[in-house]
Ligand binder design. Structure first.
Ligand SMILES: Cc1cc2nc3c(=O)[nH]c(=O)nc-3n(C[C@H](O)[C@H](O)[C@H](O)COP(=O)(O)O)c2cc1C
Length: 191
């Protein structure tokens, strides 16, 4: 299976970057092919300009060339994994903008939806699970990402995993990397 692993972090050698590499290594161990998209490293522009605004009156709009290249990269994979640090209970802006521009009307929703067999979002969080449960951030993010984005765009087999304790360092970082490798290894189980 071919899987697009999308990472959003200003530093490639960050914990987020190491988690991305661990996910890709896990996928490879299970016999899958990972294609890494490093949004910051590629200087992806997250802003929507008129060429990428959805046109609600027609179904055949051609988006900007750079967006078409991103759409092609997304569509040549059968699965997608998003790896990101949680910033204000959501994606970093660059990843939100990647979804805004690439998961566009009549590509990901509307006249066409995505054909990916499975999607996984891995959110790295400084706070612990109890804090998320106390305020309902876990459910809010699940609704936003799994229902509002994956399911809305035709990927019914989607889920969100939290890796808590991302600023604890030391042992916890080592554990998180091992957990991420396991998520990559088991990503396509049962497909
Ligand atoms: C702008 C910003 C907003 C953040 N918001 C949250 C948040 O809402 N919830 C949370 O648990 N951690 C939050 N954090 C902590 C990050 O999730 C944490 O720094 C990151 O997961 C650590 O991984 P890294 O070393 O790869 O950056 C925030 C960090 C930044 C820089």
């Amino acid at each position: 299976m071919k899987v697009l692993v999308v990472m959003a972090h200003p530093r490639r050698d960050s914990l987020t970057g190491q988690i991305t590499d661990a996910v890709a290594a896990g996928l490879a161990e299970a016999g899958h092919e990972a294609e890494i998209a490093d949004l910051y490293g590629e200087e992806f522009d997250p802003l929507i300009y008129p060429p990428d605004e959805p046109d609600w009156t027609r179904e055949d709009k051609t988006y900007a060339e750079s967006t078409q290249a991103e759409i092609a990269r997304l569509q040549r994979n059968d699965g997608v994994i998003l790896v990101f640090p949680i910033w204000w209970w959501s994606f970093p802006a660059i990843m939100k903008g990647w979804i805004d521009r690439v998961w566009n009307k009549d590509v990901a929703y509307g006249a066409n939806t995505l054909n990916h067999k499975r999607a996984l979002a891995i959110g790295m969080s400084a706070s612990d699970a109890a804090q998320y449960a106390k305020r309902g951030y876990d459910e809010a993010m699940e609704t936003e990402i799994v229902t509002g984005i994956f399911d809305f765009c035709g990927i019914s087999d989607g889920r969100l995993e939290f890796l808590h304790g991302s600023t604890d360092g030391g042992e916890r970082a080592v554990e998180m990397i091992a957990e991420a490798k396991g998520l990559g290894r088991s990503f396509a189980d049962g497909l």
